[in-house]
Design a binder for this molecule. Sequence first.
Ligand SMILES: *Cc1c(COP(=O)(O)O)cnc(C)c1O
Length: 395
Amino acid sequence: MKDREEDEDWIFTSAVRGGETPEKFHGALATPIYRASVYQFDDPISANEIHEGHKPGYFYGRMGTPTQSALESAICELERGEAAIGLASGMSAISSLLLTILKPGDHVLAPRSIYASTSALMKQILAPLGISIDFVNETDPAAWRAAATRQTKLVYAETPTNPMLTLVDLPALVQLAREYELISVVDNTFATPFNQRPIEMGVDFVVHSATKYLGGHADVVAGIAIGHQATIEKIRWHTAKLLGGIIAPDTASLVHRGLKTLPIRMQRHNANALAVARFLEQHSEVIKVHYPGLKSHVQYELALRQMRGFGGLIAFEVANYQRACQMLEKVKLCRLAVSLGDVSTLIQHSASMTHASLSKQHREAAGISDGLIRLSVGIERADDIISDLDQALAC
Ligand SMILES: *Cc1c(COP(=O)(O)O)cnc(C)c1O
């Protein structure tokens, strides 16, 4: 494990240097923010070539800016992808990619446990377009295989999943995709390229809500799609061009800045979350802890195989709805908020917050008990987070 970690430390340098080309910008170490919406051409011939995407260059803000390109090349280095496109939000990245690949009649396989807006996108926007979706038990490779049909075009996965922190076996998913000639897409928001690089494992595309760990400071909403160049360019010159959900230059700059400290933040998120998960596991008020880095996690062996670290997210269960609410009233350091991936520790109660729109029966089917609490462990001192949870758990 140690050797492997040392081999992987290239990411610390790539994160700091990726996408930065001071020689192009008067020596500026951080790519300037190009707010210009329009760029002048040198002559009509190159105008036409740039406009058609046959020659590199900029002409209109919706089709990219130097600030956006710098971010795109930085994330490509970290995820080891061929090309990337920055978009206005995680949902813009997911919808632009799926609408570029899929057409009426296609079939998609997706995890049962999935980000709620992604599942709503599939049911409320893709399904009415004639694209069918089957939601499978994500932890069982045989279930994915059994659900594949001749119409299946794409397998979509998230790992670890929200909010139960189950894993999808990525090598098994890649194997299935190869056998059935399916396109594979992985939402790598929870793991980040520091902990897991699906493209290196043979996945075709990675999507991110850069709003979370990539940005890292709870001050941007952004998304990125990474993968085969031809498809990414089709998003740029067709889907995103027509739907319009491109990343703003100021946002691109903030996400690029976030990437520079991503490895060091993730190292700390990983270490803090493991310490907090171990503390919760031995606490008498806690019934169960779901964290892929604990030996008690049913997929611990898989986590060791496909992840470098186990991330900052933990789910745990207290006795009931009332105990969970009491705890959330008592926390002081942990902030009661949705979302994740911030430097601050965030805490939320699934049944009353993110999953309140589901019936109790639906929640239970998804494994979400009334006492389930989700933590996005920040980079504060681990003992401070633990003391806060300890006092909040005291009766
Ligand atoms: C937040 C999130 C999204 C959506 O991203 P936005 O930036 O909010 O549009 C998608 N997938 C996962 C796993 C997320 O956590």
